[in-house]
Design a protein around this ligand. Structure first.
Ligand code: PCA
Length: 320
């Protein structure tokens, strides 16, 4: 009898252990990036809220899947959860790319409004792929990193320009520059080897990649406020016990709020670090801004021409 009870206890213990889930989570950016730090917090929140029933193991800096493969890895169920740069999906639907349209939404307030308009459309598109968005967090407004001062848009002509998505490629090309795709963790190497000589990114990514080692000037053109998104595979999510699902959603909501606050705090703090390390912070000239805005207007026309009715509705809702 004793023997039987013992075996039952063992079987129960094994069953319980089998119940605890571990989720591998690929992300594209490095550990010093505030997005990654926010996700680490999210993972910790999930573990504590579920008493360890769900553990999320973070694989940052594209170490488990390269950035370009993360979305499809979640879709196919190779991993249950992951993060990527939302506007990378613009080739699937214009709706994904609206936050990377130059000079459309350039403040956090506008970015919030744009996300409110974009979220339902993006959620429906992702649902078609069996994906559920958990939270989305913006980067600080995108600024210009160059050697020497850039007084007009024409000054960008001929520069080998680092790009991270199709919109930035288009922007650089329209300015007469030569775009080259480089993932954030590879920025220092791309500059060191002369593959690129200028870029547009946030003060966060500039500071995290020690931009002062390879460029002298930062011009805060505040061109757009693009977002990362964390999504889960719907099947994997539904397999979780109800109360674990609820804990994940609560932690996600907290992560979105915290992430937007972290982003806002980063903007000035990281510009200060660029300055401390000897970079020149240049107020953009009116001529530069108007030249770049003209490129933005041209791009928005092209975006609109490519937009489905649902995607176009994002713009209408936002502009209301
Ligand atoms: N950093 C990321 C995306 C936008 C940003 O600010 C990058 O440069 O790749």
């Amino acid at each position: 009898m004793k023997h039987i009870l013992f075996s039952t206890a063992m079987a129960l213990a094994v069953a319980n252990a089998a119940h605890a889930d571990t989720w591998d989570m690929p992300t594209p950016y490095g550990d010093t990036t505030f997005h990654t730090q926010n996700i680490a917090e999210f993972a910790k929140d999930v573990t504590s809220a579920t008493d360890g029933a769900l553990e999320i193991t973070l694989h940052s800096a594209g170490s488990l899947f390269p950035h370009a493969e993360i979305k499809n890895a979640i879709r196919s169920g190779q991993v249950p959860i992951g993060e990527f740069f939302l506007s990378r999906l613009v080739n699937e639907d214009a709706a994904f790319g609206v936050d990377s349209q130059p000079f459309l939404a350039t403040s956090y307030e506008d970015a919030q409004k744009l996300w409110a308009a974009q979220k339902p459309v993006v959620t429906a598109l992702l649902a078609e792929q069996g994906l559920v968005p958990l939270f989305s967090v913006p980067w600080p407004a995108q600024g210009l990193y160059t050697n020497g001062e850039i007084a007009t848009a024409d000054d960008l002509s001929g520069l080998r320009f680092r790009a991270y998505n199709a919109a930035l490629e288009e922007f650089a090309a329209l300015a007469g520059a030569a775009p080259v795709q480089v993932e954030a963790p590879n920025i220092p190497q791309a500059f060191a080897t002369g593959q690129v000589e200028a870029m547009i990114t946030s003060p966060s990514t500039g500071a995290n990649s020690t931009a002062w080692d390879f460029v002298s000037h930062y011009t805060p053109i505040d061109a757009w406020v693009p977002k990362n998104i964390v999504v889960v595979n719907q099947r994997a999510f539904r397999r979780l016990p109800q109360e674990v699902q609820a804990s994940v959603l609560a932690a996600a909501q907290a992560a979105e709020t915290r992430g937007w606050e972290m982003s806002a705090a980063e903007a000035d703090a990281k510009i200060a670090i660029l300055k401390e390390n000897g970079m020149e912070i240049v107020t953009p000239s009116a001529e530069l801004q108007s030249g770049l805005q003209a490129i933005g207007a041209q791009m928005l026309e092209a975006w609109s021409a490519d937009a489905s009715e649902a995607a176009a509705s994002i713009l209408t809702t936002y502009q209301e």
